[in-house]
Design a binder for this molecule. Structure first.
Ligand SMILES: C[S@@+](CC[C@H](N)C(=O)[O-])C[C@H]1O[C@@H](n2cnc3c(N)ncnc32)[C@H](O)[C@@H]1O
Length: 383
């Protein structure tokens, strides 16, 4: 009897991990810390490319904001900043654009309050270690009347309030809002049976309720995100979000499908358990541009200023040989998902998983062009 109860408790605990509720995603999701070979810092060229592609929209939005408000102290937040070179690169871009604009307008430099936000497990220390050289380069590059600029970290989920009311002038977030607060509810039947067996996201073989459950979770999370920013931002404040998107609603994601197939080969060879694959789903959703627009308009707190989509090859640089491109994709995905996958399948499986994944990516890229669709949306807080 005692054994049965313990087995049931363990089973329930494992299921909780696989279901990845709100608190668990907050605690588990983190980009690979540090500056080692597998770190996010060394494997975030893809995300850096997205930032570069979205730069014209970002700059236009910042100029618009500065012209309209010209605050003496400009409060900026980067939500889901992660760690590594991208975090401060975005901050530099924002500051440079404002500095240029205030010179054009012959205005005194504003002071800058910069808040770098991410989940509590993020490697904030890695960013803080880069701050002395960041401040030094501002000192060297800017005029003596510049700033000053104060950078701080704000560890907390952006699904909920992070800042005081009417505090922020500009909010930026790149490649973060497609992460959900939790694995959607409704991926299990009433009696606890997994409904998305053999897949880890919306796939061609997923039943229709899977796509519905994913959209419902995104709608709930994105609405909360907009409401939270709506409170924290001043009227006329600007926000620019870049996120992974889908061409059409309920589109299966071929990259997650490929990672799911890789896990499936490991199940077939007895390396991981079938049950673990059946119960694991990504806390991620890539909406269509229309879904984003509809949700922003339905909430009514922001007006959409600009909404664009652009594509980037999975490997960023298509001039490289196929082997290197596939390794690049596998390393990029590993740096982002290892924390989630380790929790589900154990650390020991990771090298094998990503070696296999790299081979599958290579095969796929040999057959067809594989690209991410991305959405960049700029919006203004209504009065
Ligand atoms: C792929 S990284 C992008 C990081 C960075 N913006 C860049 O472009 O390189 C996504 C980041 O979003 C963060 N994130 C995901 N969900 C979050 C949440 N609810 N609140 C705050 N940060 C979150 C992750 O921890 C991760 O650091």
């Amino acid at each position: 009897m005692k054994h049965i109860i313990i087995a049931q408790l363990l089973d329930r605990r494992e299921r909780r991990i696989d279901r990845c509720s709100n608190m668990e995603v907050e605690n588990i999701l983190r980009m690979k810390e540090g500056v080692g070979e597998c770190s996010y810092a060394k494997n975030s060229l893809l995300q850096r490319t997205m930032i570069a592609k979205a730069k014209p929209v970002l700059q236009e939005s910042i100029r618009g904001l500065y012209h309209a408000l010209q605050p003496e102290c400009l409060m900026i937040a980067d939500l889901g900043c992660s760690s590594g070179p991208n975090s401060l690169m975005v901050v530099s871009e924002i500051i440079d654009t404002i500095d240029e604009e205030r010179k054009n307008l012959n205005r005194k430099s504003p002071k800058f309050g910069v808040f770098l936000n991410d989940l509590q497990g993020n490697d904030f220390n890695a960013i803080f270690n880069l701050l002395p050289s960041f401040y030094q380069s501002l000192k060297e590059k800017k005029d003596s009347d510049f700033g000053p600029c104060f950078v701080s970290g704000t560890p907390k989920s952006f699904y909920g309030s992070v800042f005081p009311d009417q505090f922020l002038h500009f909010v930026h977030s790149s490649y973060s809002v497609h992460w959900l607060s939790q694995v959607p509810r409704g991926l299990e039947s009433r009696n606890g049976e997994a409904l998305n067996k053999g897949n880890i996201y919306i796939a061609k073989t997923s039943p229709p309720e899977i796509a519905q459950a994913y959209y419902a979770q995104f709608k709930e999370d994105f609405t909360l995100f907009l409401r939270s920013r709506g409170k924290e931002m001043v009227p006329g404040g600007h926000m620019v979000l870049t996120l992974q998107g889908s061409v059409q609603r309920n589109d299966p994601d071929s990259l997650w499908e490929l990672l799911g197939s890789t896990l499936h080969t490991m199940v077939q060879e007895g390396v991981i358990e079938q049950e673990k694959l059946d119960r694991f789903n990504m806390p991620f959703y890539s909406p269509t541009a229309e879904e984003v627009k509809e949700l922003v308009e339905a909430e009514g707190l922001f007006s959409v200023n600009k909404l664009e989509t652009f594509k980037v090859d999975w490997s960023v640089d298509t001039n490289q040989n196929l082997e290197n491109r596939a390794k690049f994709v596998a390393n990029t995905i590993r740096a982002v998902t290892e924390s989630l996958l380790t929790t589900a399948y154990g650390e020991a499986a990771m090298d094998d998983l990503f070696l296999r994944f790299s081979r599958m990516v290579k095969e796929r890229m040999d057959q067809e062009q594989s690209e991410y669709l991305n959405i960049v949306v700029s919006m203004i807080k209504r009065d």
